[in-house]
Design a protein. Structure first.
Length: 417
C-alpha cells in the first residue's frame, strides 16, 4: 500500500515537472535529459565488458562531496568503469563532461519498471549513494540482485521521517544498504535507535574535497592586484537577501576594506543594481581583467560576473561571508574555512553540521541583520587571529573520511572475489 502511494507521488512529480518544463528552463532540462534514457545507456555501454561502479548524486554539491571517493575508487580499482548519475540539472549540466567518470546520465525517475530496466542494463558491481539520496525502487532492485550498496557522507536528524512513528516504510529504505557511513555521532545514535546497525562514523568527504581544491588553488591576478595590501572580505554565493544585509553594513563601515562579491547566479540587472547601492567605485571582473595595479587600486568592490573561481578567490581574503542562510540553504563554508578566516552567514544554518560546529567553536558568526553583522565584524576586524586559526584547524582535523569509506569498500570487494 505505502509503496504504491510512494510510486504515485513519483509519477505525480514527473507529470508536474513535464508541465513546468513548458515555462522553466531548469525543468525543461530535467525532462529532456531523461528522454530516451534507455537508448542513451544502450548506446554508451554497448561495448563495455568491464565491471561498473555506480555513483549517484542529487546535484552539484553532492557530486563535489562524492568526488574524492570516486577518484580514490578509480585509482584503487582501475579495472572498473565509473557510471555517474544525477537527479538535478544543476549537477548534470555542469558536470556532464566530468573526466573522472566513464558514463554520466540523469537518473530515471524512481519507479519499479525504471529501476528494473536501469539496474538490469547497467548491472553495477557496486553502488554508492551520496549523502541524502534514498530511492526505494532502485535500492530494492539492487538488494534483490545482491549488489552491495553504500551510502556515505550521510547525515541524519531527529525530525526526518525515518524517525517518526509513521515512518516505517521509509525506515525500510535504510535496511537495503550494506553499509551507511555517516558524518556525526548523532546520526549513528539515531540509526541504532531504529535498529540500523551497519553504520560507521566516517566523517564528511567534503573536507577531503576542499583540501584538494585548496591545494590546487589557482592564482587570480585580478583579485591579487585588487586586494593589494588592504583587508579583504570575500562574499561567496550571494543572494539578494544577503545583499540586503551586506549593503547597509558596507555603507556604514568606515575602515579600510576591499570587497569581492560572487553572486549565486549571474544576472546583469541584479549586478548593476548592487553596484548602484554599494559605497565607493565598483567594477566587474570582466572589466577589471584589463586593468593594472595602478588603475584597479581605486576600486573598493569587485563583482565576479563569471562562474568557477570562487574557491580560489578565498585565498586572498581575511574574512568571508557565505550566502544562502537567509533562504533554504547555506552554501559551502568549508571552501573558505580551509583558508583560515572567520566566517559570517545568515541565521538558517542549523542543518549544516560544519556551520554548527564552527559557530560553537567561535570561528563562524550567524547574523540576522545588518546591525549584528556590523557589531561582530568590527570586533573581528581588530583581531581575528583566534577565529582564523580555529577555522583552518577544523578543516585539517576533519579530513580523512575518504580513506574510511575506501576501507569498508575494500573489505566488501575482497570478500566477493
Amino acid at each position: 500500500m505505502l509503496s504504491a502511494l510512494y510510486t504515485t507521488s513519483i509519477l505525480l512529480y514527473q507529470a508536474a515537472l513535464q508541465v513546468a518544463a513548458r515555462f522553466h528552463p531548469k525543468a525543461r532540462l530535467a525532462v529532456e535529459g531523461r528522454r530516451g534514457w534507455m537508448e542513451q545507456i544502450n548506446t554508451k555501454l554497448a561495448d563495455n565488458t568491464a565491471p561498473i561502479a555506480w555513483f549517484h548524486a542529487a546535484s552539484l554539491g553532492e557530486f563535489e562531496q562524492g568526488r574524492p571517493v570516486m577518484e580514490a575508487f578509480r585509482q584503487q580499482y582501475p579495472g572498473y568503469k565509473i557510471l555517474l548519475t544525477f537527479f538535478s540539472p544543476s549537477g548534470y549540466e555542469v558536470r556532464k563532461n566530468y573526466a573522472g567518470a566513464d558514463y554520466i546520465f540523469y537518473l530515471p525517475f524512481d519507479t519499479a519498471a525504471n529501476a528494473r530496466q536501469f539496474v538490469g542494463r547497467v548491472n553495477p558491481t557496486i553502488a554508492f549513494f551520496i549523502k541524502y539520496e534514498f530511492w526505494y525502487h532502485y535500492l530494492r532492485e539492487l538488494k534483490a540482485r545482491q549488489i552491495p550498496i553504500f551510502s556515505f557522507s550521510a547525515i541524519f536528524r531527529p525530525d526526518q521521517i525515518f524517525f517518526k512513528p509513521y515512518g516505517s516504510f521509509y525506515r525500510s529504505f535504510l535496511r537495503f544498504f550494506n553499509h551507511i557511513l555517516v558524518q556525526n555521532q548523532e546520526s549513528v545514535d539515531l540509526l541504532k535507535s531504529i535498529g540500523v546497525t551497519n553504520v560507521t562514523l566516517a566523517g564528511d568527504t567534503r573536507f577531503d574535497r576542499v583540501k584538494q581544491v585548496a591545494d590546487a588553488k589557482k592564482d587570480i591576478p585580478v583579485a591579487r592586484l585588487f586586494k593589494a595590501d588592504t583587508p579583504l572580505l570575500v562574499v561567496g554565493s550571494a543572494w539578494q537577501a544577503d545583499m540586503d544585509v551586506l549593503i547597509p553594513f558596507l555603507n556604514r563601515f568606515d575602515k579600510p576594506l576591499k570587497v569581492i562579491i560572487a553572486p549565486h547566479e549571474i544576472h546583469d540587472d541584479e549586478i548593476e543594481r548592487w553596484r548602484s547601492q554599494l559605497p565607493g567605485p565598483t567594477i566587474r571582473f570582466s572589466e577589471a581583467q584589463f586593468l593594472n595595479h595602478q588603475t584597479i587600486e581605486p576600486f573598493s568592490t569587485l563583482i565576479i560576473d563569471n562562474v568557477g573561481m570562487l574557491s580560489s578567490l578565498y585565498q586572498y581574503g581575511e574574512f568571508a561571508y557565505i550566502g544562502g542562510a537567509f533562504g533554504k540553504g547555506l552554501h559551502n563554508i568549508l571552501e573558505a574555512a580551509t583558508f583560515r578566516m572567520p566566517l559570517f552567514f545568515g541565521p538558517n544554518y542549523g542543518k549544516f553540521q560544519e556551520a554548527v560546529d564552527l559557530v560553537k567553536a567561535g570561528a563562524a558568526f550567524p547574523v540576522s541583520n545588518s546591525a549584528e553583522l556590523e557589531t561582530v565584524f568590527t570586533r573581528l576586524y581588530e583581531d581575528s587571529s583566534a577565529a582564523s586559526a580555529i577555522s583552518g584547524d577544523y578543516v585539517t582535523l576533519n579530513t580523512g573520511a575518504t580513506s574510511k569509506v575506501m576501507e569498508i569498500v575494500k573489505d566488501t570487494i575482497v570478500s566477493r572475489r
